[in-house]
Design a protein around this ligand. Structure first.
Ligand SMILES: *[C@@H]1O[C@H](CO)[C@@H](O)[C@H](O)[C@H]1NC(C)=O
Ligand SMILES: *[C@@H]1O[C@H](CO)[C@@H](O)[C@H](O)[C@H]1NC(C)=O
Ligand SMILES: *[C@@H]1O[C@H](CO)[C@@H](O)[C@H](O)[C@H]1NC(C)=O
Ligand SMILES: *[C@@H]1O[C@H](CO)[C@@H](O)[C@H](O)[C@H]1NC(C)=O
Ligand SMILES: *[C@@H]1O[C@H](CO)[C@@H](O)[C@H](O)[C@H]1NC(C)=O
Length: 775
């Protein structure tokens, strides 16, 4: 395949997109009345789900959407955590829905809902229910707090005067918060994962021996706000202590392990990522920095995202990475990580956000939802020695899709930031699927198995609390959250929360007057002191927090701007940056083996394509000109004993990871991004297509310092191009200069070795990297 062919192919494709855009204005172009039509359709769906819950699920936690009966906790089996973690018998769905009613502007429904809750769940929360601390915090505590803020802020549409609402939700937050605090009385100050609302931590020890970074750090968000609302710093102090301890568990590379013991300092999983078990750590740092105006939390986010970008980011997703060596591990993408593009958007990292969102679009198009865990390398049925095995199931490690909100959440953020119509189009398609695929007699049923298409008779509280809320807001340009200038932040459970100036100044005054002797209860004061002492004894050495890329100039690329300058003004005819991206279909080719439509979802039109475009697509004769692909590689697994070598080579694909990289302009050692792309300008016969600059002169391979790199007769002509350094993408014309003396060259024992050629280009396994020079 020649380069010319590639360019031609893309031009044709781009043309199709444009033709589709101009001649077929829908659904890429949206008028105000269309938007409001979709908005009303979402509203209708919401009430279908909510009324079904009220009729068939209430007063229990959920409704079975197909069977139309309540879904209750297993009262007789407290150890069944799969069922019981979020079902405390405290009307989870109702509480999680309060703020959606507020977002919809349904004042009567909102008031009815909170009063219904008032009359149902005991004020004492004295329930014999063992529940997850994290889930209870984000769904119950966050749900009640958001409702309280909506109800008491005269600017909102659902403001309830003092006659109608006496603030009982806040009092209940205190009761529940006090119960949850019991979880933090562990030797480390990290919370245990579960408590019993009546018996505290007097439960089966097996249920509380392990916790994860998301669960131990995130309650800071709700607890700190609770401290502000109650002017009692105990909640903040305790939760912030746990947040700090979680952050201290990070490795020297600033990567945070996912799971550990709240009783000792033992780390169970030296793996990091952005999905399950760790996702909302990052969310708490960034969103907390905004809600509380806290530069320290922002610096945690910055350091963490910097490390992720350096060690975990690849073209289309963030992969799981070992915390100690920064090598890739566990080749899967979690459904939960679909929230990350939204978080990146919030921080103005739009380019990354757009790319990472696209992968989830492809997953949705392929599987009709986002599989809980997609494995991007496993393709062969032989791995389990089972030739009869379902080929698809090999690439889907966990096969359910319970209508999680994260993909639509990111779609919402990206639309707000870019106003790119592509995201509205995604919303319309999801709306359509909710109407035609997921709507059940008594609510919405997700997918039990994306391979078979089997439905799941469950509607988690986040369907009404988050999924439909974000979808509604996507179409609701005029929502008060968008038009009024109060600075809300959505919690990880999508509850809008904000701190008004009055509250902020009251809290500041409180802090000043109690400084040094805050209202922290004696129990916790004593306890945190003990935990601090323990931390001092056992704390491993940590690299000081710094911004690894500092203010350098020259060929090293500048870090991204933190906050975006706001969406571009788009008026009239709407174009789409996503749809005109020449790499729009790269994912399809790159992951062709692990992204296959299961039979039940065959014929599903991919989100990025109109039916018209797809017709062109399928008619296109791919034999004449094979599908273009830039060979590029994911992941970076090397071997763990990296200290003995300079370079390791990826286990699955020839990706290289260079450990001792040092940019002479100030890049710090060991902050290296390791993604390399095959330079496709040369084909496998070594012929250069006429449309690109002349091919690499042969003496490029004439290596100066490594004899074994002699050119092979008729050998393949290849080169690598470094794509990113230190997590920062390199542009087409960027190059990087590396200090030669800091680079250890040559190691016959290693899988790979480095050298350089007459042009001073770095060679890896005798293959030159065209944009890295040694000096
Ligand atoms: C669960 O909640 C329902 C409704 O509030 C109540 O009738 C029932 O007694 C509760 N069950 C337990 C075991 O707490
Ligand atoms: C958490 O760490 C920050 C930064 O070191 C510090 O300002 C704060 O006081 C710590 N909080 C607690 C509760 O230890
Ligand atoms: C603050 O909250 C803690 C934890 O519930 C409680 O023990 C303490 O008495 C409260 N302080 C005040 C002044 O109310
Ligand atoms: C968008 O339009 C508004 C109102 O016309 C204007 O104030 C603003 O500067 C424009 N923004 C950009 C990025 O052009
Ligand atoms: C390269 O590294 C060596 C050893 O660290 C140092 O002495 C030298 O000054 C560096 N050269 C440049 C150009 O930075």
């Amino acid at each position: 395949m020649s380069m010319k062919c590639i360019s031609l192919w893309y031009s044709i494709l781009a043309l199709f997109v444009r033709v589709a855009l101009s001649f077929n204005a829908e659904p890429y172009s949206f008028t105000k009345s269309e938007l409001s039509l979709y908005k009303e359709q979402v509203r209708e769906l919401f009430y279908h789900g909510y009324n079904s819950y009220l009729e068939y699920g209430y007063p229990f936690d959920e409704v079975h959407p197909i069977e139309c009966v309540p879904r209750k906790r297993k009262f007789n089996d407290p150890d069944d955590i799969n069922t019981n973690d979020v079902l405390g018998n405290f009307t989870t769905t109702l509480v999680d829905t309060f703020s959606t009613l507020a977002v919809l502007g349904d004042k009567k429904g909102f008031a009815d809902a909170i009063h219904l809750f008032h009359g149902t769940v005991p004020e004492s929360f004295d329930l014999d229910s063992t529940v997850q601390v994290f889930e209870t915090t984000i769904r119950l505590l966050g749900g009640m707090m958001s409702a309280h803020i909506y109800a008491t802020d005269p600017r909102t549409r659902v403001y309830l005067g003092e006659k109608e609402y006496d603030g009982f939700l806040l009092r209940r937050c205190v009761v529940l918060g006090d119960k949850l605090l019991q979880a933090y009385l562990s030797p480390t100050g990290l919370p245990v994962p579960r408590i019993n609302l009546r018996y505290g931590t007097q439960i089966n020890p097996k249920l509380i021996e392990e916790n994860n970074a998301a669960a131990t750090a995130s309650p800071l968000f709700e607890f700190r706000l609770l401290s502000m609302l109650t002017l009692n710093d105990t909640y903040r102090e305790v939760a912030e202590f746990a947040f700090n301890r979680t952050w201290e568990l990070r490795s020297d590379l600033n990567l945070i392990p996912m799971s550990f013991s709240p009783y000792t300092n033992t780390i169970y999983d030296e793996i990091t990522g952005i999905g399950a078990s760790i996702d909302s750590f990052y969310e708490t740092a960034l969103k907390g920095s905004i809600l509380f105006d806290d530069p320290w939390l922002y610096s945690v986010w910055e350091t963490a995202i910097h490390a992720l970008n350096a060690y975990s980011k690849s073209d289309w997703f963030y992969s799981n990475t070992g915390t100690t060596h920064g090598t890739a591990a566990l080749p899967w993408v979690d459904a939960l990580s679909a929230f990350f593009p939204g978080l990146l958007t919030l921080d103005g990292r739009l380019e990354d956000a757009r790319k990472k969102h696209l992968l989830f679009s492809k997953l949705w198009s392929t599987y009709g939802g986002i599989p809980e865990r997609w494995n991007f390398v496993r393709i062969s049925p032989d791995t389990k020695g089972n030739k009869q095995g379902n080929r698809f199931s090999e690439s889907v490690d966990l096969e359910w899709y319970p209508l999680r909100p994260e993909f639509i959440e990111s779609t919402y953020y990206l639309y707000r930031a870019t106003k790119d119509v592509y995201y509205l189009n995604v919303g319309v398609r999801i709306l359509h699927d909710l109407q035609h695929r997921f709507k059940a007699r008594c609510g919405f049923a997700g997918i039990q198995n994306v391979i078979t298409g089997e439905a799941q008779d469950r509607m988690e509280s986040f369907v009404l609390g988050e999924t439909l809320k974000y979808l509604f807001l996507l179409f609701d340009e005029d929502n008060e959250l968008h038009t009024k200038l109060w600075e809300h932040v959505f919690s990880t459970e999508a509850h809008p929360l904000w701190v008004n100036t009055d509250l902020r100044s009251r809290y500041l005054t409180y802090r000043k007057t109690t400084d040094g002797d805050r209202d922290v209860s004696e129990t916790f004061k004593f306890h945190l002191q003990q935990a601090t002492d323990m931390a001092k004894r056992t704390r491993p050495h940590r690299r000081p927090i710094d911004s690894a890329v500092t203010n350098f100039h020259g060929q090293c690329v500048a870090p991204q701007m933190a906050y975006s300058t706001g969406p571009p003004n788009r008026t009239g005819f709407q174009d789409s940056d996503v749809l005109s991206d020449p790499r729009l279909f790269e994912i399809d080719f790159r992951y062709a083996l692990t992204l296959k439509n299961p039979a039940w979802n065959k014929g599903y039109v991919p989100l990025e394509m109109t039916p018209e475009l797809q017709t062109h697509w399928s008619l296109y004769n791919t034999k004449k000109c094979s599908i273009p692909t830039t060979r590029a590689f994911e992941g970076t697994i090397g071997s763990r004993d990296h200290d003995s070598r300079l370079i390791s080579v990826h286990r699955w694909t020839p990706t290289v990871l260079i450990y001792r990289f040092h940019c002479i302009y100030g890049m710090k050692i060991s902050f290296v991004d390791e993604l390399w792309e095959w330079d496709s300008r040369w084909n496998s016969e070594g012929n250069s297509p006429s449309s690109v600059p002349s091919p690499v002169p042969f003496d490029l391979y004439d290596v100066l310092n490594h004899k074994s790199c002699a050119p092979k007769d008729n050998g393949p002509v290849h080169s690598y191009t470094a794509k990113a350094i230190d997590g920062i993408d390199l542009g087409d014309n960027d190059y990087v200069v590396v200090n030669k003396t800091t680079l250890f060259i040559g190691n016959s024992k290693s899988e790979g070795y480095a050298s350089y050629n007459r042009k001073s280009q770095l060679l890896v396994n005798c293959i030159p990297i065209t944009n890295i020079y040694l000096m």
